[in-house]
Design a protein around this ligand. Structure first.
Ligand SMILES: *Cc1c(COP(=O)(O)O)cnc(C)c1O
Length: 853
């Protein structure tokens, strides 16, 4: 008998001189500030790693003696004071001027909803790109001083950690998080009691706890249902990120969307702009409509008011990334809600209707119909989303519908290695931190001496090699491999040998990312990697969703190649890709490889992280890289058109990848001058930093949102809310009238169309419109002038509006006139069309109605 084991954690007392360490541990500012993290690391770096870089846990476990010593250590104290003073300055910093013009922090607030947030590995509520993007968005909002609050779910189990066994199988491990370890606190009401908000589920209400925290200058709000008041089943709603079945999913989204709005209200916050980052939180739209309906507005006016202040970003063209709930399931959850909205269930279902999902309620469709500002996340993805979601504006040509794009960006302070930041400080002074939006400023990268540039990267590479060596050895020992075998497998992970070309591929193992494209021709790949004069090593890392079996098969395939004798040591598979490993990889490899199937990579962000660190991208020209690549800053693989079958595309693109590797990447890397580095490589790496830093950082992204969406949405929502929402009612009533009349509207041209016109001549065009009861000013008639493309489509070059005349035709039609003076020379095409117009609309084509003559 061993008896009961009692666990006791003896916590140190933090000496007064360094007591504000606790404050630093309690602000997610640490997730991007290396100064703050450096303080903890210096106290005890082994413990820091063992605590998964979680400052609160670290402060509970660190030895009293270490704290006492630090409190007496002059150098430590000096650093401590410097970090604190930088923190205080940061909190007081001036708001970026454009933000200050558009947003009054006393009055305006952006609420940002997302199902996952990737701030830092110590807050494991993210799974991949979407979450990390959301974390970066918040960090940049804080940097810019935008009034901003983030809303998400606090998952007990977060995302899994991954091990890979001796057969290449992914093993998922779930660790429940102790919320007391996080820099979050339960919100309390006026009496100091824990705030608990309620959401209705069929036959019951569920209590939701509200956690709040700080991330620099913004607030974060997280929700969880793991409370004793709830049934066992309801406690598990927020248990796992993207876990459970359809019911879990809709319940999570109800908690996030509906609960999220209620939590903000309970906290006394009044957002003026609501950003739905992906469709998961779209129920927020319904909840805000309910508030308006219960305050006396009819549903249509409420929807106009709510949508005017809502921004929606869609993140993937992959259908599985869009939630669709079966109508039967949806009805069960929203029967009462429809009644509270004052609309029949069919009307509610119509808000989530999409042609590809008959009988399903599509959250993307709801988000689009419940917002007036929408975008994809790169130029290509904006176009793809416009056509994928074009059904929302059925008569509008896809390229003109209201879906635009804001290309993603990454948070530079988070992902730029501290060695580069230090080098910039030395060469440019601290000012570079406030020049992230200025492309001209970054020309000065070229002034860094080549040798310094090269050796800075070598340092980072050595750190990475050391870390990879440790990780991979531990991984193989656990799997029972012999030491001799392990030595062979890790022989190139040697921090003293940084002159071997190192390539990295790390991402979620989803099949469209084609992790195995490199293996199209294994014999040729082996020849390239094992060239005795010019060897190369490829490191792979990534998790597959536990239900994504094809994704897990990719891991097994890579594992199998890594174990083949001909690839031993040249292909390395390292487990548990997370933010910490990502930071090391994107700063330490030489080349970042990305091989998505065009056009499915909506944006991709890991390549940006690499590129700003001078790591060269070797990637398919899809997503962000189609915008970032300029011929001098990396390599682009030309995607084949989607109508080719996938096997053909894989063969062709895989071949181009190996061609580039063999003919350009390897020779350039090994073309060393007398000083031991490759000048051509340095030139390219500098071009990568210089061109990518100012264009793909998260401040640029958030400023794009501010200027294109947040600012206009803020104004639009305010305008529609004036006079007890009279403008919202007016707009809703007008839309109802137009939608009823539009199918009966007819138009015809009155003048005979001439075939030729001489330069300088005027062409008077007259159009008669049977308005079916609408007023002449309800409709815009316009003339589009363009040229025909080779494929027969027309590229619009100019656009001219008609003016309504007083006169009517005998049949009572309204007459519109345009005296056209063509300014384009030669053959051209002109087309006439009409669409409804109202001054209160957010986008001229938002109604989706159009009629061509
Ligand atoms: C950046 C990042 C991602 C997203 O990378 P993609 O290029 O979009 O695939 C996923 N996981 C982690 C840990 C990251 O740091």
């Amino acid at each position: 008998m061993q008896g009961t084991r009692y666990v006791l954690e003896v916590q140190p007392r933090i000496p007064e001189r360094i007591e504000r360490l606790a404050e630093l541990a309690d602000d997610l500012f640490y997730s991007w500030d290396r100064g703050v993290r450096g303080l903890f690391r210096r106290l005890d770096s082994a413990l820091w790693d063992a605590c998964n870089h979680n400052p609160k846990v670290f402060l509970r476990r660190v030895a009293q003696k270490r704290l006492e010593e630090a409190a007496q250590d002059r150098v430590f104290l000096e650093d401590y004071r410097r970090v604190l003073s930088a923190y205080e300055t940061y909190l007081q910093e001036q708001v970026q001027s454009d933000v200050g013009l558009l947003f009054d922090p006393q009055r305006d607030l952006v609420a940002y909803f997302c199902a996952e947030f990737g701030f830092h590995e110590s807050l494991p509520v993210y799974s991949g790109g979407l979450g990390i993007l959301a974390g970066d968005h918040c960090k940049a909002a804080s940097d810019l001083g935008l009034p901003f609050v983030a809303v998400g779910l606090l998952y007990r189990q977060g995302y899994f950690t991954q091990t890979i066994d001796a057969h290449g199988n992914q093993v998922a491990h779930y660790h429940p998080t102790d919320f007391g370890d996080l820099p979050l606190h339960p919100a309390t009401d006026a009496e100091g009691r824990e705030l608990c908000i309620r959401v209705e589920l069929p036959g019951r209400t569920v209590c939701v706890r509200v956690w709040t925290g700080r991330a620099g200058r913004i607030r974060v709000v997280f929700l969880d249902t793991d409370l004793p008041q709830n049934s066992e089943a309801d406690r598990r709603i927020t248990y796992q990120l993207y876990g459970g079945d359809e019911n879990t999913r809709i319940q999570q989204e109800i908690v996030l969307g509906i609960g999220g709005v209620r939590a903000l209200r309970a906290l006394g916050l009044t957002p003026t702009v609501w950003h739905l980052n992906e469709g998961h939180a779209a129920f927020a739209v319904l909840e805000r409509c309910r508030e308006q309906v219960e305050a006396g507005l009819d549903f249509d006016a409420a929807l106009e008011l709510v949508a005017a202040g809502t921004v929606f970003t869609t993140h993937t063209p992959v259908p599985a990334g869009h939630d669709v709930f079966d109508h039967g399931l949806f009805r069960g959850y929203f029967e009462d809600f429809a009644a509270r909205l004052g609309i029949p269930m069919d009307r509610l279902l119509a808000l989530g209707a999409s042609p590809a999902n008959q009988g399903g309620f599509n959250m993307t469709a709801l988000a689009l119909r419940g917002s007036r500002f929408h975008n994809g996340v790169s130029r290509i993805h904006g176009r793809v989303a416009s056509s994928m979601e074009g059904y929302v504006w059925p008569q509008i040509p896809h390229e003109e519908n209201p879906i635009g794009h804001v290309t993603n960006g990454i948070h530079l302070p988070t992902f730029l290695a501290r060695q580069w930041a230090g080098l910039f400080d030395m060469h440019f002074g601290a000012e570079w931190r406030s020049e992230l939006l200025d492309e001209a400023y970054w020309q000065r990268i070229d002034s860094i001496p080549d040798y310094t540039f090269w050796s800075t990267h070598q340092l980072l590479k050595a750190e990475l090699l050391a870390e990879l060596g440790e990780r991979v050895r531990a991984q193989h020992r656990r799997n029972g491999l012999s030491e001799a075998h392990i030595r062979r497998l890790t022989r190139h992970l040697n921090p003293d040998r940084t002159d071997i070309l190192l390539l990295g591929f790390a991402r979620r193992f989803a099949t469209y990312k084609r992790a195995t494209l490199l293996f199209q021709d294994p014999a040729r790949l082996a020849r390239i990697l094992k060239d005795p004069e010019r060897p190369a090593v490829i490191v792979f890392a990534g998790k597959a969703h536990p239900r994504d079996l094809p994704g897990q098969e990719l891991i097994r395939t890579i594992h199998e190649y890594a174990m083949r004798p001909e690839f031993e040591g040249h292909i390395v598979l390292v487990e548990n890709y997370d933010l910490a490993l990502a930071r090391a990889l994107v700063t330490g490899v030489d080349v970042w490889v990305n091989t998505p199937e065009h056009p499915l990579e909506a944006s991709g962000t890991s390549g940006m992280k690499a590129g700003v660190n001078g790591v060269l991208n070797l990637s398919v020209l899809d997503g962000w890289w189609a915008e970032g690549f300029d011929g001098t800053n990396g390599w682009g693989i030309t995607p084949h058109a989607p109508h080719y079958d996938l096997a053909h595309r894989n063969r062709e693109e895989g071949q181009e990848l190996l061609d580039l590797l063999e003919e350009e990447v390897v020779p350039l890397y090994y073309h060393r001058d007398g000083h031991g580095y490759s000048p051509g490589w340095v030139r390219m790496a500098k071009a990568s930093m210089r061109t990518l830093i100012p264009r793909f950082n998260a401040q640029r992204m958030v400023m794009d949102y501010v200027l294109q969406h947040y600012g206009p949405a803020n104004l639009q929502a305010r305008t529609l809310a004036e006079d007890g929402a009279a403008p919202a009612r007016e707009l809703a009533a007008w839309k109802a009238r137009v939608i009823a009349a539009w199918p009966k509207v007819r138009a015809r041209r009155l003048d005979p169309p001439p075939a030729r016109l001489y330069n300088g001549e005027v062409l008077p065009i007259r159009v008669a419109v049977d308005l079916a009861g609408l007023a002449p000013e309800d409709v815009v008639v316009e003339c589009l002038i363009g040229t025909e493309r080779a494929d027969g489509t027309v590229e619009t070059r100019q656009r001219f509006p008609f003016r309504p005349l007083e006169e009517r035709t005998e049949e009572g039609e309204a007459v519109y006139a345009l005296d056209l003076t063509p300014t384009l020379p030669g053959l051209q095409v002109y087309r006439l069309r009409l669409h409804p117009y109202h001054r209160l609309m957010s986008h001229p084509l938002e109604l989706g109605c159009m009629l061509w003559l």
